[in-house]
Design a protein around this ligand. Structure first.
Ligand SMILES: [Zn+2]
Length: 174
C-alpha cells in the first residue's frame, strides 16, 4: 500500500470526494500488510497515505488474503516481509513459463547483488534472505523477473554468475 504502488487506486471525483478508480476490480491485499498500512512505524509512516487506500476499507471489493493464494487461474500472490510487512508479490504462469513481480524486493536491476538493499527496507536481512531464495529460484527456472522501478530494464531472465550471485541474462520487453 506504499504511495508509489497504491496511488491511483483512488481519485477525486467531480464532487471533490475520493472514489475508487476501478470500482469493479477486486483488490487483493495481504491482511498483515493491510493492518501494517493503518499502523506503520515512524520509519515508514510517510509511505502510507490513507487517501490512497482508505476508501477500500468500506468497499466490498477489498479481498484480504493470508499467505500464498491463487487469486485466478495461474495467478498467485504471496507475501514478502523485508521491505515492509507482507508486501505482496505476484507470480503469473507455471514453472518454466512464468513471470515474477516482486514489487520492491528488487526495485531495479542494480539491486540484484545480494547486499544492494534499499535504506527504505524495514528488515534488510529478511530482504537479503528473500532475495537469495527467490532470485536463485528464478535463475534456475528461467522465470522472467519484473523490475518495477528500473528506468531501462523492464524485465529479464536471470543467470547465475561466478560470484555466487545472479545477474541479468536475457532482457524481456513487456
Ligand atoms: Zn516502490
Amino acid at each position: 500500500m506504499h504511495f508509489d504502488h497504491a496511488a491511483g487506486t483512488t481519485f477525486t471525483d467531480a464532487d471533490g470526494e475520493l472514489a475508487l478508480r476501478y470500482p469493479n476490480a477486486v483488490h487483493h491485499v495481504q491482511s498483515a500488510h493491510w493492518d501494517w498500512a493503518w499502523s506503520p512505524t515512524l520509519k515508514d509512516a510517510g509511505s502510507f497515505r490513507r487517501e490512497d487506500f482508505g476508501k477500500l476499507a468500506s468497499s466490498p471489493k477489498l479481498c484480504l488474503v493470508d499467505g500464498e493464494v491463487e487469486i485466478a487461474p495461474s495467478i498467485k500472490v504471496f507475501p514478502l516481509d523485508g521491505h515492509t510487512r507482507a508486501m505482496q508479490a505476484v507470480r503469473i504462469g507455471s514453472p518454466g513459463a512464468d513471470l515474477l513481480f516482486t514489487a520492491d524486493l528488487v526495485p531495479t536491476a542494480a539491486h540484484l547483488r545480494w547486499p544492494y538493499i534499499m535504506g527504505f527496507d524495514n528488515e534488510p536481512l529478511t530482504t537479503l534472505a528473500e532475495k537469495q531464495h527467490w532470485l536463485s529460484q528464478a535463475a534456475l527456472g528461467g522465470t522472467v523477473l519484473v523490475f518495477e522501478h528500473d528506468p531501462v530494464i523492464a524485465a529479464a531472465r536471470l543467470v547465475e554468475n561466478d560470484r555466487g550471485g545472479v545477474q541479468v541474462g536475457e532482457q524481456v520487453s513487456l
